[in-house]
Design a protein around this ligand. Sequence first.
Ligand code: C2E
Ligand code: CA
Ligand code: CA
Ligand code: CA
Length: 278
Amino acid sequence: AKAHGRNTFRFYTREMNTQVADRLQLENRLRRALEQDELFLLFQPQYDIHSQALIGCEVLLRWQDPVEGLIMPGRFIPIAEDSGLIVPLGRWVMREACLQMARWQAQGLQLPKIAVNVSARQLARLDFTDEVRDALQESGLPGHCLEIEVTESTLMEDADLASRQLAILKAMGVRLSVDDFGTGYSSLAYLKRFAPDTIKIDRSFVCDLPGDSEDAAIVSAIIHLARALGMSTLAEGVETVEQRDFLRQLGCGGLQGYLLGKPQDASAIARQLGELVS
Ligand code: C2E
Ligand code: CA
Ligand code: CA
Ligand code: CA
């Protein structure tokens, strides 16, 4: 039994070592990726549910690794967050996103805003607001053209600091959207305190609509709550016409999802906006 126990121990240790080594390797490659221009941005359109106008685009990061090919954020963002690399990475995203938005505007294309995902470790840095101000100034973009998407857990990690940071951003005109709403430790007190412009209804509540009566009740409650508090709602992960129609019935304000448009590159967004203009 002893020998068996030792073998088991050794097995787990080796497996853990491989995992740690994998992470470390990915972390080092990611650091290089940032320097060597292997990262790029995609943009997923967001639409007004009634007028069907394009109301914004969410900025989604991608990594084109020369060996492995396309690496999705689900794989590298957690590593970037743990290692602190998310700070320079997030700074790059913010700057690139604002510059792209300014390019679209210079082309005469009408897009109200871009939404950039911001991690807890970014928001917790005192110079984060300076970085946002710099990105806006460099691109010449007014603050209201930028929305930051943060999750509930990001807001709760250090709520006092988060509210000071968000107050500075709000004074710059930057909008706030609460991402993945309802999936974390949601607190209604935080909703009141942070007063976001938009609540993003998480895909997990959307995917089984309209059939799942519990999800329907949750989504309906979120929409009513948001409306009573003067906030807009946007449903993410909308994939079917049935979901869209049901969300419209419930009074949801905005839509994002594969049904309406996948994450795409800047020129595809420009083409779409160009068609709307002409
Ligand atoms: P998220 O913020 O919840 O972003 C929405 C995710 O859902 C995106 O995955 C998007 O491609 C995907 N999606 C959109 N519509 C649909 C749909 O109809 N069906 C399905 N099944 N999926 C849909 P993606 O691009 O893989 O990003 C994953 C997560 O990585 C994001 O989740 C976000 O948390 C994080 N992320 C991405 N870019 C950044 C970034 O620049 N900074 C930070 N901090 N996080 C990022
Ligand atoms: Ca998001
Ligand atoms: Ca989300
Ligand atoms: Ca999500």
